[in-house]
Design a protein around this ligand. Structure first.
Ligand code: TGC
Ligand code: FAD
Length: 426
Protein backbone atom coordinates (compact mmCIF):
# COMPACT_ATOMS: atom_id res chain seq x y z
CA UNK A 1 0.00 0.00 0.00
CA UNK A 2 2.97 2.35 0.45
CA UNK A 3 5.03 3.32 -2.54
CA UNK A 4 8.78 2.75 -1.96
CA UNK A 5 10.57 6.10 -2.07
CA UNK A 6 12.89 5.12 -4.93
CA UNK A 7 9.78 5.10 -7.08
CA UNK A 8 9.19 8.80 -6.27
CA UNK A 9 12.77 10.01 -6.39
CA UNK A 10 13.69 11.55 -9.71
CA UNK A 11 10.16 10.87 -10.97
CA UNK A 12 10.26 13.73 -13.46
CA UNK A 13 13.64 12.71 -14.81
CA UNK A 14 14.43 10.20 -17.50
CA UNK A 15 16.52 7.27 -16.33
CA UNK A 16 19.58 8.73 -18.08
CA UNK A 17 19.10 12.18 -16.54
CA UNK A 18 18.56 10.62 -13.13
CA UNK A 19 21.79 8.68 -13.23
CA UNK A 20 23.60 11.91 -14.26
CA UNK A 21 22.16 13.76 -11.25
CA UNK A 22 23.09 10.96 -8.89
CA UNK A 23 26.52 10.72 -10.48
CA UNK A 24 27.07 14.46 -10.11
CA UNK A 25 26.21 14.28 -6.43
CA UNK A 26 29.27 12.13 -5.92
CA UNK A 27 31.51 14.33 -8.08
CA UNK A 28 30.97 17.50 -6.01
CA UNK A 29 34.12 18.84 -4.40
CA UNK A 30 33.80 19.09 -0.62
CA UNK A 31 32.31 22.47 0.29
CA UNK A 32 34.15 24.55 2.86
CA UNK A 33 32.19 26.32 5.55
CA UNK A 34 31.93 30.10 5.25
CA UNK A 35 31.19 31.68 8.63
CA UNK A 36 29.92 34.80 6.85
CA UNK A 37 27.31 32.78 4.94
CA UNK A 38 27.01 29.60 7.01
CA UNK A 39 24.03 28.04 5.23
CA UNK A 40 24.95 29.24 1.75
CA UNK A 41 22.06 31.68 1.46
CA UNK A 42 23.88 33.50 -1.35
CA UNK A 43 22.87 30.55 -3.54
CA UNK A 44 19.25 31.61 -3.14
CA UNK A 45 19.74 35.09 -4.60
CA UNK A 46 19.61 35.98 -8.28
CA UNK A 47 22.57 37.62 -9.97
CA UNK A 48 20.67 40.90 -9.96
CA UNK A 49 19.97 40.61 -6.23
CA UNK A 50 23.63 39.88 -5.52
CA UNK A 51 24.71 42.88 -7.60
CA UNK A 52 22.24 45.15 -5.77
CA UNK A 53 23.47 43.82 -2.44
CA UNK A 54 27.08 44.51 -3.44
CA UNK A 55 26.25 48.10 -4.42
CA UNK A 56 24.42 48.67 -1.14
CA UNK A 57 27.14 47.03 0.97
CA UNK A 58 29.91 49.07 -0.73
CA UNK A 59 28.03 52.33 -0.28
CA UNK A 60 27.21 51.58 3.36
CA UNK A 61 30.72 50.48 4.32
CA UNK A 62 32.52 53.22 2.39
CA UNK A 63 30.23 56.21 2.93
CA UNK A 64 28.00 55.54 5.93
CA UNK A 65 30.27 53.66 8.30
CA UNK A 66 32.89 56.44 8.59
CA UNK A 67 30.17 58.86 9.80
CA UNK A 68 28.29 56.73 12.28
CA UNK A 69 30.40 57.11 15.41
CA UNK A 70 30.25 60.91 15.41
CA UNK A 71 26.58 60.88 14.40
CA UNK A 72 25.76 58.56 17.28
CA UNK A 73 27.80 60.58 19.78
CA UNK A 74 26.20 63.84 18.73
CA UNK A 75 22.71 62.45 18.13
CA UNK A 76 22.87 63.81 14.64
CA UNK A 77 21.22 62.44 11.50
CA UNK A 78 22.83 63.64 8.29
CA UNK A 79 19.93 63.93 5.88
CA UNK A 80 22.33 63.92 2.92
CA UNK A 81 22.46 60.16 3.51
CA UNK A 82 18.95 59.81 2.12
CA UNK A 83 19.91 61.89 -0.90
CA UNK A 84 22.95 59.68 -1.52
CA UNK A 85 20.78 56.57 -1.22
CA UNK A 86 18.32 58.18 -3.63
CA UNK A 87 21.11 58.71 -6.16
CA UNK A 88 21.87 54.99 -6.02
CA UNK A 89 18.20 54.08 -6.50
CA UNK A 90 17.97 52.46 -3.07
CA UNK A 91 14.90 54.37 -1.82
CA UNK A 92 11.47 52.81 -2.34
CA UNK A 93 13.37 50.23 -4.36
CA UNK A 94 10.49 47.77 -4.81
CA UNK A 95 8.18 50.39 -6.33
CA UNK A 96 7.67 50.30 -10.10
CA UNK A 97 7.82 53.69 -11.82
CA UNK A 98 7.99 57.19 -10.27
CA UNK A 99 11.80 57.06 -10.50
CA UNK A 100 12.04 53.88 -8.40
CA UNK A 101 14.02 50.77 -9.27
CA UNK A 102 11.26 48.11 -9.12
CA UNK A 103 13.42 45.37 -7.59
CA UNK A 104 12.36 42.20 -5.76
CA UNK A 105 11.46 42.10 -2.07
CA UNK A 106 14.55 39.97 -1.45
CA UNK A 107 16.73 42.64 -3.10
CA UNK A 108 15.17 45.31 -0.89
CA UNK A 109 15.83 43.05 2.11
CA UNK A 110 19.47 42.81 1.10
CA UNK A 111 19.67 46.62 0.95
CA UNK A 112 18.12 46.87 4.41
CA UNK A 113 20.59 44.31 5.76
CA UNK A 114 23.50 46.33 4.34
CA UNK A 115 22.26 49.57 5.91
CA UNK A 116 21.61 48.07 9.34
CA UNK A 117 24.99 46.33 9.30
CA UNK A 118 26.22 49.90 9.82
CA UNK A 119 23.51 51.17 12.16
CA UNK A 120 19.83 50.55 12.92
CA UNK A 121 19.26 54.30 13.04
CA UNK A 122 20.25 54.71 9.40
CA UNK A 123 18.03 51.75 8.54
CA UNK A 124 15.20 53.42 10.42
CA UNK A 125 15.48 56.59 8.35
CA UNK A 126 15.64 54.45 5.23
CA UNK A 127 12.70 52.18 6.17
CA UNK A 128 10.41 55.03 7.09
CA UNK A 129 11.16 56.78 3.81
CA UNK A 130 10.93 53.65 1.65
CA UNK A 131 8.41 51.27 3.20
CA UNK A 132 6.17 53.36 5.39
CA UNK A 133 5.87 56.61 3.45
CA UNK A 134 6.66 55.78 -0.20
CA UNK A 135 5.10 52.32 0.18
CA UNK A 136 1.95 53.84 1.73
CA UNK A 137 1.61 56.50 -0.95
CA UNK A 138 2.21 53.96 -3.70
CA UNK A 139 -0.37 51.52 -2.32
CA UNK A 140 -3.09 53.94 -1.26
CA UNK A 141 -2.46 57.39 -2.75
CA UNK A 142 -4.36 58.84 -5.69
CA UNK A 143 -2.43 59.05 -8.95
CA UNK A 144 -2.07 62.80 -8.44
CA UNK A 145 -0.53 62.32 -4.98
CA UNK A 146 1.83 59.62 -6.26
CA UNK A 147 3.07 61.79 -9.10
CA UNK A 148 3.44 64.78 -6.85
CA UNK A 149 5.40 63.18 -4.01
CA UNK A 150 7.02 59.87 -5.02
CA UNK A 151 9.72 61.15 -7.43
CA UNK A 152 11.24 63.56 -4.90
CA UNK A 153 10.97 61.03 -2.09
CA UNK A 154 12.76 58.51 -4.37
CA UNK A 155 15.60 60.97 -4.89
CA UNK A 156 15.81 61.72 -1.18
CA UNK A 157 15.18 65.37 -2.06
CA UNK A 158 12.18 65.35 0.21
CA UNK A 159 11.96 63.42 3.45
CA UNK A 160 8.99 61.52 4.78
CA UNK A 161 7.71 60.44 8.19
CA UNK A 162 4.91 58.14 9.33
CA UNK A 163 2.74 59.21 12.26
CA UNK A 164 0.76 56.43 13.89
CA UNK A 165 1.87 56.24 17.55
CA UNK A 166 0.37 58.73 20.01
CA UNK A 167 1.40 59.63 23.55
CA UNK A 168 -1.47 57.54 24.98
CA UNK A 169 -1.73 54.87 22.26
CA UNK A 170 1.31 52.89 21.11
CA UNK A 171 0.63 49.16 20.91
CA UNK A 172 -3.06 49.98 20.52
CA UNK A 173 -3.20 52.52 17.69
CA UNK A 174 -6.87 51.70 17.08
CA UNK A 175 -7.69 53.93 20.07
CA UNK A 176 -5.96 56.98 18.58
CA UNK A 177 -7.30 60.44 19.44
CA UNK A 178 -6.06 62.48 16.47
CA UNK A 179 -9.10 63.60 14.47
CA UNK A 180 -9.89 65.08 11.10
CA UNK A 181 -13.02 67.12 10.44
CA UNK A 182 -14.12 69.52 7.71
CA UNK A 183 -12.17 72.76 8.07
CA UNK A 184 -14.48 75.50 9.42
CA UNK A 185 -13.17 78.24 7.12
CA UNK A 186 -11.28 76.56 4.24
CA UNK A 187 -13.55 74.82 1.76
CA UNK A 188 -12.18 71.53 0.44
CA UNK A 189 -9.91 71.09 3.44
CA UNK A 190 -9.87 68.94 6.55
CA UNK A 191 -8.75 70.33 9.87
CA UNK A 192 -6.54 67.86 11.73
CA UNK A 193 -5.75 68.09 15.44
CA UNK A 194 -3.82 65.75 17.70
CA UNK A 195 -0.36 64.59 18.69
CA UNK A 196 1.90 61.80 17.48
CA UNK A 197 5.05 60.82 19.33
CA UNK A 198 8.24 58.83 18.79
CA UNK A 199 8.13 59.60 15.09
CA UNK A 200 11.29 58.82 13.09
CA UNK A 201 12.34 61.70 10.78
CA UNK A 202 9.50 63.99 11.93
CA UNK A 203 11.64 67.05 12.77
CA UNK A 204 13.10 67.11 9.24
CA UNK A 205 10.15 65.69 7.29
CA UNK A 206 8.69 67.53 4.30
CA UNK A 207 5.94 64.94 3.76
CA UNK A 208 4.11 63.60 6.82
CA UNK A 209 1.87 60.57 6.43
CA UNK A 210 -0.47 60.93 9.40
CA UNK A 211 -3.22 58.56 10.50
CA UNK A 212 -6.27 60.21 12.07
CA UNK A 213 -9.89 59.36 12.78
CA UNK A 214 -12.45 61.01 10.60
CA UNK A 215 -14.78 62.71 13.08
CA UNK A 216 -17.89 61.93 11.04
CA UNK A 217 -17.33 58.16 10.85
CA UNK A 218 -14.83 57.39 13.63
CA UNK A 219 -12.79 55.48 11.00
CA UNK A 220 -9.01 55.78 10.67
CA UNK A 221 -7.87 57.46 7.44
CA UNK A 222 -4.44 58.32 6.02
CA UNK A 223 -3.49 61.94 5.23
CA UNK A 224 -0.47 63.20 3.32
CA UNK A 225 0.50 66.44 5.02
CA UNK A 226 2.82 68.72 3.07
CA UNK A 227 4.79 70.82 5.52
CA UNK A 228 5.21 73.62 2.97
CA UNK A 229 1.42 74.06 2.87
CA UNK A 230 0.83 74.27 6.63
CA UNK A 231 0.19 77.75 8.03
CA UNK A 232 2.46 78.75 10.94
CA UNK A 233 1.37 77.32 14.30
CA UNK A 234 -0.68 74.47 12.84
CA UNK A 235 2.17 71.94 12.59
CA UNK A 236 5.08 71.55 15.01
CA UNK A 237 7.59 68.69 15.00
CA UNK A 238 9.83 69.06 18.07
CA UNK A 239 12.69 66.56 18.34
CA UNK A 240 12.91 64.02 21.16
CA UNK A 241 16.48 64.34 22.41
CA UNK A 242 18.76 62.38 24.77
CA UNK A 243 17.81 58.93 23.48
CA UNK A 244 19.89 56.02 24.75
CA UNK A 245 19.51 54.08 21.51
CA UNK A 246 19.06 54.84 17.83
CA UNK A 247 21.00 58.07 18.29
CA UNK A 248 22.08 58.26 14.63
CA UNK A 249 18.40 58.60 13.69
CA UNK A 250 16.28 61.66 14.29
CA UNK A 251 13.03 61.20 16.23
CA UNK A 252 10.33 63.66 17.24
CA UNK A 253 6.69 64.46 17.74
CA UNK A 254 4.03 65.68 15.34
CA UNK A 255 1.72 68.28 16.91
CA UNK A 256 -1.25 69.29 14.80
CA UNK A 257 -3.45 72.17 15.82
CA UNK A 258 -6.33 72.60 13.39
CA UNK A 259 -3.92 71.95 10.56
CA UNK A 260 -5.61 72.47 7.18
CA UNK A 261 -5.07 69.53 4.82
CA UNK A 262 -6.60 69.40 1.31
CA UNK A 263 -9.30 66.73 0.98
CA UNK A 264 -7.40 65.42 -2.05
CA UNK A 265 -4.55 64.50 0.29
CA UNK A 266 -6.62 61.88 2.11
CA UNK A 267 -6.07 58.30 0.88
CA UNK A 268 -9.30 57.72 -1.01
CA UNK A 269 -9.98 54.03 -0.68
CA UNK A 270 -8.61 52.67 2.56
CA UNK A 271 -10.08 53.02 6.01
CA UNK A 272 -9.41 51.41 9.37
CA UNK A 273 -6.16 49.92 10.62
CA UNK A 274 -5.69 48.00 7.37
CA UNK A 275 -4.11 51.19 5.96
CA UNK A 276 -1.25 51.67 8.43
CA UNK A 277 -0.79 47.94 8.99
CA UNK A 278 -0.38 47.31 5.25
CA UNK A 279 2.49 49.83 5.24
CA UNK A 280 3.85 48.16 8.36
CA UNK A 281 3.93 44.76 6.67
CA UNK A 282 6.71 45.96 4.38
CA UNK A 283 8.57 47.83 7.09
CA UNK A 284 8.41 44.89 9.53
CA UNK A 285 9.64 42.61 6.75
CA UNK A 286 12.58 44.99 6.25
CA UNK A 287 13.43 45.01 9.96
CA UNK A 288 13.64 41.22 9.89
CA UNK A 289 16.46 41.55 7.34
CA UNK A 290 18.04 44.61 8.89
CA UNK A 291 18.44 43.27 12.40
CA UNK A 292 20.33 40.27 11.03
CA UNK A 293 22.68 42.73 9.30
CA UNK A 294 23.33 44.33 12.70
CA UNK A 295 23.87 40.91 14.26
CA UNK A 296 26.26 39.91 11.48
CA UNK A 297 28.29 43.02 12.20
CA UNK A 298 28.39 42.08 15.90
CA UNK A 299 29.59 38.58 14.95
CA UNK A 300 32.34 39.92 12.70
CA UNK A 301 33.50 42.41 15.33
CA UNK A 302 33.39 39.84 18.14
CA UNK A 303 35.25 37.24 16.05
CA UNK A 304 38.03 39.71 15.16
CA UNK A 305 38.33 40.78 18.76
CA UNK A 306 38.38 37.21 20.09
CA UNK A 307 41.13 36.24 17.63
CA UNK A 308 43.30 39.20 18.63
CA UNK A 309 42.75 39.45 22.37
CA UNK A 310 45.03 37.16 24.37
CA UNK A 311 44.49 36.01 27.93
CA UNK A 312 46.04 33.16 29.95
CA UNK A 313 49.39 31.97 28.57
CA UNK A 314 49.08 34.12 25.45
CA UNK A 315 46.05 32.29 24.09
CA UNK A 316 43.57 34.20 21.92
CA UNK A 317 40.26 34.19 23.81
CA UNK A 318 38.76 32.65 20.61
CA UNK A 319 40.45 29.43 21.78
CA UNK A 320 38.11 29.12 24.75
CA UNK A 321 34.99 27.00 24.44
CA UNK A 322 32.63 29.47 26.09
CA UNK A 323 33.65 32.17 23.61
CA UNK A 324 33.25 29.78 20.71
CA UNK A 325 29.75 28.85 21.88
CA UNK A 326 28.72 32.50 21.88
CA UNK A 327 29.93 32.86 18.30
CA UNK A 328 28.28 29.59 17.26
CA UNK A 329 24.89 30.56 18.72
CA UNK A 330 24.93 33.97 17.10
CA UNK A 331 26.10 32.68 13.72
CA UNK A 332 23.40 30.01 13.71
CA UNK A 333 20.63 32.47 14.54
CA UNK A 334 21.86 34.90 11.88
CA UNK A 335 21.93 32.17 9.24
CA UNK A 336 18.44 30.92 10.12
CA UNK A 337 17.19 34.51 10.16
CA UNK A 338 18.37 35.16 6.61
CA UNK A 339 16.82 31.94 5.29
CA UNK A 340 13.47 32.77 6.90
CA UNK A 341 13.50 36.34 5.61
CA UNK A 342 14.39 35.14 2.10
CA UNK A 343 11.51 32.67 2.12
CA UNK A 344 9.02 35.32 3.26
CA UNK A 345 10.39 37.74 0.65
CA UNK A 346 9.83 35.22 -2.13
CA UNK A 347 6.28 34.51 -0.90
CA UNK A 348 5.63 38.26 -0.66
CA UNK A 349 6.42 38.74 -4.34
CA UNK A 350 4.22 35.80 -5.24
CA UNK A 351 1.32 37.26 -3.25
CA UNK A 352 1.43 34.32 -0.85
CA UNK A 353 2.45 36.02 2.37
CA UNK A 354 0.22 36.14 5.46
CA UNK A 355 0.86 39.08 7.82
CA UNK A 356 1.53 36.58 10.62
CA UNK A 357 4.54 35.26 8.68
CA UNK A 358 5.94 38.77 8.82
CA UNK A 359 5.17 38.99 12.54
CA UNK A 360 7.04 35.72 12.99
CA UNK A 361 10.25 36.84 11.27
CA UNK A 362 10.09 40.37 12.73
CA UNK A 363 9.77 39.00 16.25
CA UNK A 364 12.26 36.19 15.87
CA UNK A 365 15.01 38.13 14.09
CA UNK A 366 14.73 41.17 16.38
CA UNK A 367 14.74 39.01 19.52
CA UNK A 368 17.59 36.77 18.42
CA UNK A 369 19.65 39.72 17.20
CA UNK A 370 19.22 41.49 20.54
CA UNK A 371 19.93 38.42 22.71
CA UNK A 372 22.99 37.40 20.71
CA UNK A 373 24.39 40.92 20.40
CA UNK A 374 24.10 41.28 24.16
CA UNK A 375 25.97 37.99 24.72
CA UNK A 376 28.65 38.81 22.12
CA UNK A 377 29.20 42.09 23.93
CA UNK A 378 30.70 40.07 26.80
CA UNK A 379 33.57 38.98 24.54
CA UNK A 380 34.88 42.55 24.56
CA UNK A 381 35.28 42.65 28.33
CA UNK A 382 35.78 46.21 29.56
CA UNK A 383 36.32 47.45 26.02
CA UNK A 384 32.62 46.75 25.36
CA UNK A 385 31.98 49.95 27.28
CA UNK A 386 33.96 52.04 24.77
CA UNK A 387 31.83 53.27 21.88
CA UNK A 388 34.77 52.76 19.52
CA UNK A 389 34.14 49.01 19.48
CA UNK A 390 30.65 49.49 18.06
CA UNK A 391 29.05 46.58 19.87
CA UNK A 392 27.33 48.64 22.58
CA UNK A 393 25.76 50.83 19.90
CA UNK A 394 24.24 47.78 18.19
CA UNK A 395 22.93 46.42 21.51
CA UNK A 396 21.25 49.73 22.40
CA UNK A 397 19.81 50.02 18.88
CA UNK A 398 18.51 46.47 18.82
CA UNK A 399 16.43 47.11 21.92
CA UNK A 400 14.60 49.77 19.90
CA UNK A 401 14.06 47.48 16.93
CA UNK A 402 12.44 44.97 19.26
CA UNK A 403 10.12 47.73 20.48
CA UNK A 404 8.95 49.62 17.43
CA UNK A 405 6.73 48.42 14.60
CA UNK A 406 5.00 46.22 17.15
CA UNK A 407 6.85 45.25 20.31
CA UNK A 408 7.90 41.57 20.30
CA UNK A 409 5.26 40.56 22.85
CA UNK A 410 2.61 42.13 20.62
CA UNK A 411 3.84 39.99 17.73
CA UNK A 412 3.63 36.96 20.07
CA UNK A 413 -0.03 37.82 20.57
CA UNK A 414 -0.61 38.28 16.84
CA UNK A 415 0.86 34.80 16.31
CA UNK A 416 -1.00 33.40 19.32
CA UNK A 417 -4.26 34.66 17.87
CA UNK A 418 -3.50 33.03 14.53
CA UNK A 419 -2.56 29.75 16.21
CA UNK A 420 -5.47 29.51 18.66
CA UNK A 421 -8.12 31.68 17.07
CA UNK A 422 -8.42 33.53 20.39
CA UNK A 423 -7.73 37.27 20.71
CA UNK A 424 -5.49 38.05 23.72
CA UNK A 425 -5.08 41.81 23.36
CA UNK A 426 -8.03 42.89 25.44
P1 TGC B 1 -7.14 43.99 14.33
O1 TGC B 1 -8.54 43.64 14.64
O2 TGC B 1 -6.09 42.96 14.46
O3 TGC B 1 -7.08 44.57 12.85
C1 TGC B 1 -7.81 45.74 12.50
C2 TGC B 1 -7.88 45.80 10.99
O4 TGC B 1 -6.57 45.85 10.44
C3 TGC B 1 -6.36 44.71 9.58
N1 TGC B 1 -5.00 44.24 9.80
C4 TGC B 1 -4.08 44.17 8.85
N2 TGC B 1 -4.12 44.50 7.55
C5 TGC B 1 -2.99 44.34 6.84
N3 TGC B 1 -1.85 43.89 7.39
C6 TGC B 1 -1.77 43.57 8.70
N4 TGC B 1 -0.62 43.18 9.23
C7 TGC B 1 -2.91 43.71 9.49
N5 TGC B 1 -3.20 43.51 10.80
C8 TGC B 1 -4.48 43.82 10.97
C9 TGC B 1 -7.38 43.70 10.02
O5 TGC B 1 -7.66 42.79 8.99
C10 TGC B 1 -8.56 44.59 10.36
O6 TGC B 1 -9.12 45.00 9.13
P2 TGC B 1 -10.70 45.34 9.03
O7 TGC B 1 -10.86 45.73 7.60
O8 TGC B 1 -11.39 44.10 9.44
O9 TGC B 1 -10.94 46.47 9.98
O10 TGC B 1 -6.78 45.28 15.18
P3 TGC B 1 -6.45 45.44 16.68
O11 TGC B 1 -6.77 46.83 17.08
O12 TGC B 1 -7.04 44.31 17.47
O13 TGC B 1 -4.88 45.27 16.56
C11 TGC B 1 -4.15 44.80 17.56
C12 TGC B 1 -2.66 44.74 17.19
C13 TGC B 1 -1.90 44.50 18.45
C14 TGC B 1 -2.43 43.60 16.24
C15 TGC B 1 -2.17 46.00 16.50
O14 TGC B 1 -2.72 47.10 17.02
C16 TGC B 1 -0.66 46.13 16.43
O15 TGC B 1 -0.03 45.56 15.54
N6 TGC B 1 -0.04 46.96 17.31
C17 TGC B 1 1.34 47.32 17.18
C18 TGC B 1 1.44 48.78 16.81
C19 TGC B 1 2.53 49.05 15.86
O16 TGC B 1 3.08 48.19 15.20
N7 TGC B 1 2.89 50.32 15.72
C20 TGC B 1 3.89 50.71 14.80
C21 TGC B 1 4.02 52.20 14.72
S1 TGC B 1 5.00 52.72 13.34
C22 TGC B 1 6.56 52.45 13.83
O17 TGC B 1 6.85 51.94 14.85
C23 TGC B 1 7.58 52.86 12.88
S2 TGC B 1 9.21 52.73 13.47
C24 TGC B 1 9.95 52.86 12.01
C25 TGC B 1 11.41 52.91 12.07
O18 TGC B 1 11.96 53.88 12.60
O19 TGC B 1 12.04 51.99 11.50
P1 FAD C 1 3.11 50.51 25.06
O1 FAD C 1 2.06 50.23 24.05
O2 FAD C 1 2.76 51.39 26.21
O3 FAD C 1 3.66 49.13 25.60
C1 FAD C 1 4.52 49.05 26.75
C2 FAD C 1 4.75 47.58 27.07
O4 FAD C 1 3.51 46.93 27.36
C3 FAD C 1 5.37 46.81 25.89
O5 FAD C 1 6.31 45.89 26.37
C4 FAD C 1 4.17 46.09 25.28
O6 FAD C 1 4.54 44.89 24.63
C5 FAD C 1 3.34 45.80 26.51
N1 FAD C 1 1.92 45.64 26.17
C6 FAD C 1 1.06 46.57 25.69
N2 FAD C 1 -0.15 46.04 25.49
C7 FAD C 1 -0.05 44.73 25.81
C8 FAD C 1 -0.96 43.63 25.79
N3 FAD C 1 -2.21 43.75 25.37
N4 FAD C 1 -0.49 42.43 26.20
C9 FAD C 1 0.77 42.26 26.60
N5 FAD C 1 1.69 43.25 26.63
C10 FAD C 1 1.26 44.47 26.24
N6 FAD C 1 5.81 55.12 15.80
C11 FAD C 1 5.31 55.64 14.65
O7 FAD C 1 4.11 55.72 14.46
N7 FAD C 1 6.15 56.11 13.68
C12 FAD C 1 7.50 56.09 13.81
O8 FAD C 1 8.24 56.51 12.91
C13 FAD C 1 8.05 55.55 15.03
N8 FAD C 1 9.39 55.58 15.24
C14 FAD C 1 9.89 55.23 16.47
C15 FAD C 1 11.24 55.44 16.75
C16 FAD C 1 11.74 55.14 18.01
C17 FAD C 1 13.18 55.44 18.32
C18 FAD C 1 10.89 54.55 18.99
C19 FAD C 1 11.42 54.19 20.34
C20 FAD C 1 9.57 54.33 18.71
C21 FAD C 1 9.03 54.69 17.46
N9 FAD C 1 7.66 54.57 17.19
C22 FAD C 1 7.15 55.07 16.01
C23 FAD C 1 6.75 54.14 18.23
C24 FAD C 1 6.71 52.63 18.43
O9 FAD C 1 6.03 52.01 17.38
C25 FAD C 1 6.03 52.36 19.80
O10 FAD C 1 6.95 52.76 20.79
C26 FAD C 1 5.64 50.90 19.95
O11 FAD C 1 4.61 50.56 19.06
C27 FAD C 1 5.19 50.59 21.40
O12 FAD C 1 4.25 51.51 21.85
P2 FAD C 1 4.48 52.25 23.27
O13 FAD C 1 5.86 52.79 23.29
O14 FAD C 1 3.36 53.20 23.48
O15 FAD C 1 4.42 51.10 24.35
Amino acid sequence: MFRPIYKHAGRQLTTAARSTVIGRRHLHAPVSFDWKDPLGSNNLFTEEELAISETAESYCQERMLPRVLEAYRNEDFDKKILEEMGELGLLGATIEGYGCAGVSSVASGLITRAVERVDSGYRSGYSVQSSLVMGGIEEFGSEEIKEKYLPNLAKGKSIGCFGLTEPNHGSDPGSMETTAKPHPSKKGYFSISGAKTWITNSPIADVLLVWAKLESTGKIRGFVIDRSQCPPGTLETPPIKHKNGLRASITGMIQLDECPVPKANMFPDVEGLRGPFSCLNSARYGIAWGTIGALEDCIARARDYALERKQFKGNPIAKYQLVQKKLSDATTDAAYGILAATQVGRLKDEGKVAPEMISMIKRQNCDRALVNARVLQEIFGGNAVSDEYGIGRHVANLFVTQTYEGQSDIHSLILGRAITGIQAFC
